[in-house]
Write a protein that binds this ligand. Structure first.
Ligand SMILES: [Zn+2]
Length: 105
């Protein structure tokens, strides 16, 4: 359970597990669903609330295997994922309110 969120000068939100990197919005093309992935540790969250509630975030690769989108063989990543912008604190505003998160700069 996380109670704080590190945000940089550009309003970019940082990994809630280790505060080690920014969080990419990643489109999973076959599902047309966006998930959130740390640029450094690879932690992945399936929705915005999970950033603050997950004890153990999954990883992009583990998640895609779990739901059967990839196997153990060669993966053509460009057909499966599309990395978008970094997640901002403004986009997280509702979740920040809901979970009583304090912002750390
Ligand atoms: Zn991280």
């Amino acid at each position: 359970m996380n109670t704080r969120l590190f945000v940089d000068n550009n309003d970019i939100a940082y990994c809630t597990t280790f505060e080690d990197g920014r969080i990419y919005k990643v489109l999973i093309k076959p599902l047309n669903k966006t998930i959130y992935v740390c640029e450094e540790c690879g932690s992945a969250w399936l929705d915005l609330d999970s950033l603050f509630t997950e004890e153990h975030a999954t990883s992009l690769q583990y998640y895609l295997k779990e739901i059967g989108i990839i196997g153990d063989g060669y993966v053509k990543w460009s057909e499966i994922v599309e990395y978008g912008d970094f997640l901002t604190a403004s986009e997280l505003e509702d979740a920040i309110q809901r979970h009583g998160i304090s912002i750390v700069n």
